[in-house]
Design a protein around this ligand. Structure first.
Ligand SMILES: NC(=O)c1ccc[n+]([C@@H]2O[C@H](COP(=O)([O-])OP(=O)(O)OC[C@H]3O[C@@H](n4cnc5c(N)ncnc54)[C@H](OP(=O)(O)O)[C@@H]3O)[C@@H](O)[C@H]2O)c1
Length: 329
């Protein structure tokens, strides 16, 4: 590997295309290969995105000496197996959120990363845009004091309600919590750590997965988070954090963060900060991952393996409180 990472993509769905677009704006990596379960899909994707190398199946890509890093963009249920396959073949892995279906799978992934001494990271892309760096800077300056409450949500109504599609199919670990609820949960984790206790309720849709979820997290210091996910309605998709000395609104869509309003209290001084994406936003996580790989790091300080595991185990506990288990769990 010189200073340019050769990326391979596993799976040719919707988000693979977004990542391929993002890589066009990544200074330290190129899209070199794509693998699909179906050769023609891989060929089509390669033609569309000008990918030099087509692999006939996932294993072939995992074993190829031509690939340095693999982006896993398959349904949640495949993340652990696909990541492990790649790591066993010494590939660095950036695996889409949610990292896996449950904490047991994440533990196996982390174990494999350690055993093979490779870089592994959850693709929580929202952590990497410049605005999030700015947010972390403001918070550590103490300007808004101590965070006491957070309200954040991610809800949308998919036009297709296909019971076999990955959003609603329990066999593909469907439901709002794992797919989109993870964004407000991950934000809360970044800002406030792990809650000491939670209250959670859900609406179980006709396929048996959570079409809506509402969560209240309480932290050891008494701060609280109110989070919501929905596959039934388009919600505000913003995040409002209130500190003892001020507030920050991360504007819609807070999972794609490009604008925030910072209000200092009691002066009422308000600043609007806009940091639009260069590229489609996926470039930031790709570049950050590339920097880690090129410098020989095995995990990210921004999205650590311990935190990914903690988030997953919290989601396990939430699902368990509802009695929601996926087939095979
Ligand atoms: N970061 C984000 O903003 C974001 C947004 C959307 C989704 N995601 C995550 O990305 C992952 C993929 O989501 P997506 O919307 O891209 O899904 P998608 O359009 O359904 O694509 C998933 C791809 O995975 C492959 N695959 C492997 N095993 C499969 C199986 N058993 N059933 C169906 N497809 C299978 C297929 O590609 P081949 O047939 O070519 O192998 C398929 O095209 C999910 O885990 C999701 O949470 C992230």
């Amino acid at each position: 590997m010189n200073n340019t990472i050769k990326w391979g993509i596993l799976g040719t769905g919707r988000i693979s295309r977004a990542f391929a677009e993002g890589l066009k704006f990544a200074s330290n990596g190129n899209l070199h290969g794509v693998a699909s379960r179906t050769k023609t899909n891989a060929e089509q994707f390669a033609e569309e995105w000008k990918v030099p190398r087509v692999f006939e199946n996932y294993q072939e890509l995992a074993q190829s000496d031509e690939i340095d890093a693999v982006y896993i963009a398959t349904p949640h249920t495949e993340h652990a197996a696909n990541s492990i396959l790649c790591m066993k073949n010494k590939k660095a892995v950036l695996c889409e959120k949610p990292f896996a279906v449950n904490a047991m799978e994440v533990e196996k992934m982390i174990g494999q990363a350690k055993e093979n001494d490779v870089l592994l990271m959850e693709g929580m892309w929202s952590r990497f845009p410049p605005l999030m760096g700015k947010l972390r800077e403001i918070l550590s300056s103490g300007e808004i004091g101590e965070i006491r409450t957070l309200q954040a949500d991610f809800g949308f109504r998919p036009p297709s309600r296909d019971p076999n599609g990955r959003l609603f199919n329990p066999k593909l670990a469907g439901g709002s919590l794992l797919d989109i609820g993870i964004y407000p949960i991950s934000l809360a984790s970044m800002l406030m750590g792990r809650p000491e206790s939670f209250l959670a309720d859900w609406h179980c849709g006709p396929t048996g997965v959570d079409e809506q979820a509402s969560l209240i997290f309480k932290y050891q210091n008494g701060s609280m988070a109110l989070l919501h996910s929905s596959l039934e309605s388009h919600t505000r998709q913003d995040a409002f954090l209130s500190g003892t000395e001020g507030n920050i609104l991360i504007h819609k869509q807070c999972w794609k963060p490009q604008k925030m309003t910072v209000e200092l209290l009691p002066s009422g001084k308000t600043e609007i900060i806009e940091m639009p994406f260069a590229g489609n936003g996926f470039n930031y996580e790709a570049v950050a991952f590339g920097e880690l790989l090129l410098s020989g790091k095995k995990e990210s300080p921004v999205m650590s393996l311990a935190e990914s595991l903690e988030i997953m185990s919290l989601m396990d506990e939430i699902r368990s409180s509802w009695g929601l288990k996926y087939p095979g769990e």
